[in-house]
Design a protein around this ligand. Structure first.
Ligand code: DCT
Ligand code: MG
Length: 512
């Protein structure tokens, strides 16, 4: 149908005037006279920016299309404070700007609340990184009492005692392979304490007052101080069981039970598994084997950002106000991970329910899906938070293997300005990447993002702390106060820390 005929079928409406705050043609009532917003288009894209501007106007906000002196709040998405300043400098505006420079999370929360909300430090894009954090960050062996809980320690990504923590982590992993949960957790806790230290361990005096270090762990530390290595760790690394379990559990879909079964059947290598015709494999394991080389190679930050952009482009085409966030290790500042964990929500109640199915359909049409396993939500409101510190959550989610095109990584890289050759060695123009997509109802988002940011050890300790120190139960859905017999509401991660009486830790301080 052509446009002329189409226009004859519908009554001709008066063309709406485009809302412009600085003129008198504004279609919507301005409710908040002191606030004038500006959205940075860089990394947000034109269509999403237009949608969000319209949404803000409907909610009674003033929003400028151009950066003017009247602007009070600049909002950017996926840009650091430094990047926004660079952009302002390129517009010769950096000196004159006296307004707030904020992350999109502030804008989204304002839209959810229907009014400007109080600006908290987490909303502010910092132009210079604040390196002054000193809470429980032991700078020498005698200066601070270290908490036994990871949620009371700041643990940055940089681990200056890696020689010790690697050893303890390998022994913990070996206990995991032996299915000895108690020893595994004890070694992980010990390693986690050392990761928070901001001084190198040089003598046994440096570790004598630290919590979670039993005699066994201290003996290992002593051996490493004296010889630079621990014979027990060397023995584990070279043991047949450890090597085989390491290979088997690196296959997507293979857990400890399957690894144990294969080991008992006499299998030792990847080839043993690939070459056994009558081995019963799940669809997930078959695909895990097929794309093992790529998946075992890990995902770089650049690849993760490209995946995030693909997912955002798809979702924003039909739900422009959806919130799509990378979590897991990448949110904690890691440069590599074994997968890309993405949380999806929408401030409009109920809208999130169809997002995952629609996204999967588009990914299928784009021929990007090597494998997916969609699990519907099993959330039951009547159930209290789980007692287990390692329990899985009940959100609707999808585990997938995504086809990432080499050119998409290149585009992502060049737009960032720092070119790096993608780590793809053969002539294929794609790489298979493991992605988890998780859909969260908006009111549970704070709990979900806290849970999915990790690290797993940080989460374990946070839940233990809630149970043992506060008589509360925390999981990825809710926080329950057993003394008052009520669920405590939280809009942000800070709210949850406050309920628990904990000092707030930024995601990059949770690398426990
Ligand atoms: N998580 C959780 N409950 C589980 C498993 C995981 O709450 N039962 C959280 C903790 C970390 C986060 O989800 C993501 O999990 P991983 O991807 O396994 O951890 P990661 O830190 O992102 O590790 P990697 O960087 O290797 O992907
Ligand atoms: Mg991850």
């Amino acid at each position: 149908m052509d446009l002329v005929r189409a226009s004859m079928l519908v009554p001709i409406k008066k063309k709406p005037k485009i809302a412009q705050v600085s003129t008198s043609f504004c279609r919507y009532e301005v409710k908040f006279k002191d606030v004038v917003l500006f959205l940075v288009e860089r990394k947000m894209g034109t269509s999403r920016r237009n949608f969000l501007m319209e949404l803000a106007r409907k909610r009674g906000f003033q929003i400028e299309n151009e950066l003017r002196d009247s602007v009070t709040h600049i909002v950017a998405e996926n840009n650091s404070g430094a990047e926004v300043m660079d952009w302002l400098q390129s517009k010769k505006m950096s000196d004159s700007i006296k307004c707030q420079i904020l992350d999109i999370s502030w804008f989204t929360e304002c839209m959810g609340a229907g009014c400007p909300i109080t600006i908290e430090s987490r909303h502010q894009l910092k132009v210079q990184e604040d390196c002054s954090a000193s809470f429980n960050m032991p700078l020498s062996s005698s200066c601070v009492r270290v908490s036994p809980y990871a949620c009371q320690r700041r643990t940055p990504l940089q681990d200056i005692n890696r020689i010790f923590t690697d050893a303890l982590d390998i022994l913990a992993e070996n206990y995991e392979f032996l299915q000895n949960k108690g020893h595994r957790v004890a070694f992980l806790r010990a390693s986690s304490v050392l990761k928070s230290l901001q001084f190198p361990i040089l003598t046994m005096k440096d570790v004598e007052d630290l919590p979670n270090l039993g005699e066994e762990m201290k003996y290992i530390i002593e051996e490493i101080i004296e010889d630079g290595k621990c014979p027990r760790v060397v023995e584990v690394i070279n043991s047949e069981r450890y090597k085989s379990f390491k290979i088997f559990t690196s296959i997507f879909g293979v857990g400890l039970m399957t690894a144990e079964k294969w080991y008992r059947m006499g299998f030792r290598t990847l080839e043993d598994i690939k070459n056994t015709q009558d081995l019963k494999l799940t669809s997930m394991q078959k695909h895990g084997l097929l794309y093992h080389e790529d998946i075992a190679e890990c995902v770089s930050k650049i690849e993760a950002d490209a995946v995030e952009q693909i997912v955002k482009n798809i979702i924003w085409a039909f739900v422009p106000d959806a919130v799509v966030t990378i979590t897991g290790g990448f949110r904690r500042g890691k440069n590599v991970g074994h997968d890309v964990d993405i949380l999806i929500t929408c401030p409009r109640k109920g809208v999130e329910k169809d997002i995952l199915h629609n996204t999967i359909n588009v990914l299928k049409n784009q021929e990007r899906l090597f494998f997916y396993n969609l699990i519907e939500s099993t959330f039951d409101e009547t159930k209290r938070p789980s007692k287990s510190v390692d329990a899985l959550d009940h959100y609707q989610k999808c585990f997938l293997i995504l086809k990432l095109l080499k050119k998409e990584i290149e585009i992502e890289t060049t737009s960032n300005g720092n070119w790096k050759q993608p780590n793809i060695t053969d002539l294929r123009n794609w790489k298979a990447v493991r992605v988890d997509l998780v859909v969260i109802p908006y009111e549970q988002y704070a709990f979900a993002i806290l849970g999915w940011t990790g690290s797993p050890q940080f989460e374990r300790d946070l839940r233990r702390y809630a149970t043992h120190e506060k008589k509360m139960m925390l999981d990825n859905h809710a926080l329950f106060d057993k003394t008052k017999n009520v669920f405590l509401k939280a809009r942000t991660e800070e709210d949850i820390f406050t309920h628990l009486g904990l000092e707030y830790l930024e995601p990059w301080e949770r690398n426990a």
